[in-house]
Design a protein around this ligand. Structure first.
Ligand code: C2E
Ligand code: MG
Ligand code: MG
Length: 393
C-alpha cells in the first residue's frame, strides 16, 4: 500500500476554502476542497491522510461528521476549525478523541496558517516514516538479492566488546554482520543468515566476513591497537576441508597473528558433521586460532563429543545469563558451565549481560569474560575504534 498524502479541506466558507486550498497546494500537497460536508462523506476517504474540518456547516454539522468518520473507522488525522468560541471546539475535540479518531489540533478562525501548514507537513512526514518502517519490518530478502548483496559488498561488520570480568578491560570484539541495504537501511542478521544457510551461500558470506574482520585487525594493528576479533561461522563452513588452509592464507596476507582470531561455532553446527568438522576444527586449533562454542546450552551436544573438540572458549547462551538473576535453575546452569569450562581448560564467556547485578554474580562465580548491552551494543567501525583507543589509554 502506498502512503497517501491527500489533504481534504471541508468548509462551507468559500473564501476560507480557497485560502486553505491555495496555501496547502503551494506547499506541494495534494489537496481536495469540499464546500459541503456530505460531498466529503460521499468521497473515497481511504486515501485521505488529513482532513481539516469546519465544525459549523449548514448541511451536516461537524460533530455528526466526526461520528460518521468514527463509525467508518477513518484512519486519517483530523484538524478541527471553527469560527465559534473555544469551548465548542474543546468539546468536539474530546468527543472525537473518545471515538478513537486521531485528532491533531483545533483552531479557532482566523487560523494561524503557518502553524497549520507545519502541522500538516509534520503529520504527513511521520505517517510516511511509520509506514516505511512497517514495510521495512515485513520485507524479507530473496536469495538472489542476498547473493548480490554479498558480491556488491553491502555486508558490514559491527563490533561488540568482550570484557574481562575481573578487570573490566576490553579483551576483544565479536564481529556481527549486518546488511547495509540501500533502501531498507541496516538489516539485522536474523533476516538473512538462515536464508544463506538454506541456499548454500554461507561459504561466500563467511569468507566476506572474514576478509572484513582481517582488514579491521590489520588497520588496528597498524594504529598500534592490537586486539582480537571473534567471527561467527556456520555448519557449512565445517564441511569444506580447505577452509583451514584458506583461513591461514588470509592471516598471512593481512599479517594477523592466528591468536588474534577466534571462531565462534554453535553446538548444533559442530554436531551436524562431527567427523568432518573435527578434522577441520583440530587443524584450525593446531594453527593457533581460537575456537569458541557459542550459545552453549541451547543446541544439542554430547558432553563426550564436546571434550574431543579442542575449544578454547565456552560461551554461555544469553537466555541463562539473563535469567540467572531471578531463577535459581539458571544460576545453577551458569555456575555449572563456568565449572565445566574451566575443568576442560576453556575460558568462559557470558553473553547478554545487561545489568550490574548480573555482572556482580559473574564476578562471584569467576566467569572470565562477558559481553552485553550493559557495556555496549555492537558498534559500527568508528565507534569501535574510539572504544578501543580509550581502552588503550
Ligand atoms: P550470537 O553470535 O550469539 O551473537 C550475539 C547476539 O546477541 C548479537 O545479535 C548481539 O547483538 C546480541 N546481544 C549482545 N549483547 C546483548 C544483550 O545484552 N542483550 C541482548 N538481548 N542481546 C545481546 P545479532 O548481532 O543480532 O546477531 C544474532 C546472531 O546472528 C548471532 O548470535 C550469530 O549467531 C548470527 N550472526 C551474526 N553475524 C554473523 C556472521 O558473520 N556469520 C554467522 N554465521 N552468523 C552470524
Ligand atoms: Mg557469536
Ligand atoms: Mg551467542
Amino acid at each position: 500500500m502506498s502512503v497517501s498524502d491527500l489533504v481534504c479541506v471541508v468548509d462551507d466558507d468559500a473564501q476560507y476554502l480557497e485560502l486553505l486550498t491555495d496555501l496547502l497546494c503551494g506547499q506541494g500537497l495534494h489537496v481536495q476542497p469540499f464546500q459541503q460536508a456530505q460531498q466529503f462523506l460521499d468521497a473515497d476517504l481511504t486515501e485521505c491522510a488529513v482532513v481539516i474540518l469546519d465544525l459549523f456547516m449548514p448541511d451536516i454539522d461537524g460533530v455528526d461528521v466526526l461520528r460518521i468518520l468514527a463509525a467508518r473507522k477513518f484512519k486519517g488525522a483530523v484538524i478541527l476549525t471553527s469560527g465559534q468560541d473555544q469551548s465548542v471546539l474543546r468539546t468536539a475535540f474530546e468527543l472525537a478523541k473518545a471515538q478513537h479518531l486521531t485528532i491533531l489540533h483545533s483552531f479557532t478562525k482566523p487560523i494561524p496558517l503557518l502553524e497549520l501548514a507545519n502541522l500538516i507537513a509534520q503529520t504527513l512526514a511521520d505517517s510516511f516514516q511509520a509506514q516505511q518502517q512497517s514495510q521495512d519490518k515485513n520485507w524479507t530478502p530473496s536469495v538472489s538479492q542476498l547473493r548480490d548483496a554479498i558480491r556488491e559488498q553491502q555486508l558490514v561488520l559491527h563490533y561488540q566488546p568482550k570484557i574481562d570480568v575481573a578487570t573490566g578491560k576490553t579483551s576483544g570484539f565479536e564481529a556481527l554482520v549486518r546488511w547495509q541495504h540501500p533502501e531498507y537501511g541496516l538489516v539485522p542478521p536474523f533476516k538473512f543468515i538462515r536464508l544463506a544457510e538454506q541456499f548454500g551461500l554461507m561459504a561466500e558470506l563467511t569468507s566476506s566476513v572474514l576478509v572484513m574482520a582481517m582488514q579491521q585487525l590489520a588497520t588496528w594493528n597498524q594504529q598500534g591497537l592490537p586486539t582480537r576479533i571473534a567471527v561467527n561461522i556456520s555448519a557449512e563452513n565445517l564441511t569444506d576441508l580447505e577452509f583451514p588452509q584458506k583461513l591461514l592464507q588470509l592471516l598471512q596476507q593481512y599479517k594477523i597473528e592466528p591468536s588474534q582470531l577466534l571462531l565462534e561455532i554453535t553446538e548444533t553446527a559442530v554436531m551436524n558433521e562431527v567427523v568432518l568438522s573435527l578434522d577441520i576444527l583440530i587443524r584450525l586449533r593446531m594453527n593457533g586460532i581460537g575456537l569458541s562454542i557459542d550459545d552453549f546450552g541451547t543446541g544439542y551436544s554430547s558432553l563426550a563429543q564436546l571434550h574431543r573438540i579442542p575449544f578454547s572458549e565456552l560461551k554461555i547462551d544469553r537466555r541463562f545469563v539473563h535469567a540467572m538473576g531471578t531463577e535459581a535453575e539458571s544460576l545453577a546452569i551458569v555456575e555449572t558451565c563456568v565449572f565445566l569450562g574451566h575443568r576442560l581448560g576453556m575460558k568462559v564467556v557470558a553473553e547478554g549481560v545487561e545489568t550490574a547485578s548480573i555482572l556482580r554474580k559473574l564476578q562471584e562465580i569467576n566467569c572470565d569474560q562477558a559481553q552485553g548491552f550493559y557495556w555496549s551494543k555492537a558498534m559500527a567501525e568508528p565507534h569501535a575504534t574510539a572504544w578501543l583507543l580509550k581502552s588503550f589509554q
